[in-house]
Design a protein around this ligand. Structure first.
Ligand SMILES: Cc1cc2nc3c(=O)[nH]c(=O)nc-3n(C[C@H](O)[C@H](O)[C@H](O)COP(=O)(O)OP(=O)(O)OC[C@H]3O[C@@H](n4cnc5c(N)ncnc54)[C@H](O)[C@@H]3O)c2cc1C
Length: 368
């Protein structure tokens, strides 16, 4: 029966969470999940608030392994020239984690695959609703159908953007690079550092070390496209110059024996969301979860927890809607909208704490 089957689009954390939650609810699932290039996965800080979300999905074991490291030390240079330390170990829920992100995603996917679902390892290309059913055109040429669709395709929101209005309130872009340690005699501090500069903010984190590999660090600069040198992804000297504008990140890279290698890759880091995040078209229900529903400025470190939370909540709302309670979709959509509003207020407050650069366009755009 395809009428009560839910198609989940996307193989990231939100897609895996939605599949697992639907499995817990005894719902048949079709997972449209392309094979990802796992090395390209970015974003490794997992907030402590992920713990109860993972527990609800029966996934508490995925963060206990040695492949992830506790995020005990967070240093920040924000609002003054001093570097201050915040200890996450003192939080009630314990410290967050710095994930081996590819390993984490593999663990989520394995858990999703362990539920009884059908999987198509391909993309969604198009979808049409008629008489309470979705017809889905897939990248492998197959045409499949489902009674409900959950879009977890990340920032692309491949289904959601056809069904709702996608809003975006900034142009934030991340330039990011992975650095390998060159000097094996230095033991680098397991820390994460955030630093504000005149036209951007930076993030650097020591990644959990993999067996027989040198220590790795990720660094990222978050700015606006017009405040970024042209051709940065091909210009190592420009990238080195930008890193050199930081007070502390440059010092940490040098003192821990890392070196700037290739120029960075770029990724959108803008805050974007769908209005509404769920609904019904021609009698067929849909919802978006994870970045497809709402993608935050990474300053929040909320991306992964929102993906896990909304993947599960969208599954619960879908299950209720399939049982005839369509109000569940409006309630889900309102929760997403409230989350967006709360985040935008908090973001303004956090950026406003940086007073040193209040005459600079990057900061004016975020504090006005
Ligand atoms: C630079 C940067 C740093 C970040 N750092 C952090 C951090 O430290 N901590 C944190 O919590 N969050 C961070 N985030 C955010 C976090 O990575 C995302 O919020 C999270 O990955 C969202 O998960 P998702 O499953 O919704 O989407 P994604 O992880 O983007 O997964 C989307 C999936 O959809 C699939 N897909 C795409 N198109 C199609 C299609 N047509 N058909 C089928 N499938 C498709 C993709 O292959 C992918 O598997 C960061 C984001 C950025 C940009």
């Amino acid at each position: 029966m395809t009428a009560d089957r839910t198609a989940v689009i996307g193989s990231g954390p939100a897609g895996a969470a939605a599949c697992i939650a639907l499995g817990q609810l005894g719902r048949p699932v079709l997972w449209i999940a392309p094979p990802d290039s796992m090395n390209a996965r970015i974003g490794e800080s997992l907030s402590p608030s992920a713990r109860p979300l993972l527990e609800a999905l029966g996934l508490e074991h995925v963060i206990t392994g040695p492949e992830h490291r506790p995020a005990n030390a967070l240093f920040s240079c924000w609002g003054s020239d001093h570097l201050t330390e915040r200890s996450d170990a003192l939080r009630l829920q314990g410290p967050g984690l710095v994930l081996d992100r590819p390993a984490f995603e593999e663990q989520l996917r394995s858990a999703a695959m362990a539920t009884d679902l059908d999987r198509q390892e391909t993309t969604l290309e198009d979808l049409v609703a008629a008489k309470g059913q979705w017809s889905l055109q897939l990248g492998n040429g197959n045409m499949v159908s489902a009674g409900f669709v959950i879009d977890c395709s990340g920032r692309k929101a491949v289904a959601g953007r056809l069904l709702a209005c996608q809003q975006q309130d900034d142009q934030l872009v991340a330039a990011l690079a992975f650095l390998d340690q060159q000097d094996p005699d230095v033991a680098p501090t397991a820390a994460t550092m955030i630093e504000a500069v005149a036209d951007s903010w930076w993030y650097a984190s020591l990644l959990p070390q993999r067996e027989s590999q040198p220590p790795r660090m990720v660094i990222a600069r978050f700015s606006d496209p017009d405040l970024q040198p042209r051709g940065l992804t091909r210009d190592r000297a420009a990238w080195q110059r930008l890193v050199g504008e930081t007070l502390y990140i440059q010092r940490w890279i040098d003192s821990a024996g890392f070196a700037i290698g290739k120029p960075p890759n770029l990724a959108s880091a803008a805050t974007a969301w769908l209005e509404p995040a769920a609904g019904v078209l021609e009698g067929a229900g849909w919802a978006a979860a994870g970045d497809a529903a709402v993608a935050f400025d990474p300053l929040s470190s909320h991306g992964l927890t929102t993906a896990l939370w909304s993947g599960r909540q969208a599954a619960i709302a879908a299950s209720s809607a399939i049982n005839g309670d369509r109000e569940s979709l409006a309630v889900y959509s309102q929760k997403i909208a409230r989350g967006v509003e709360q985040f935008r207020q908090e973001r303004r407050q956090v950026y406003a704490r940086e007073g040193r650069f209040r005459d600079q366009p990057f900061w004016q755009r975020r504090c006005g």
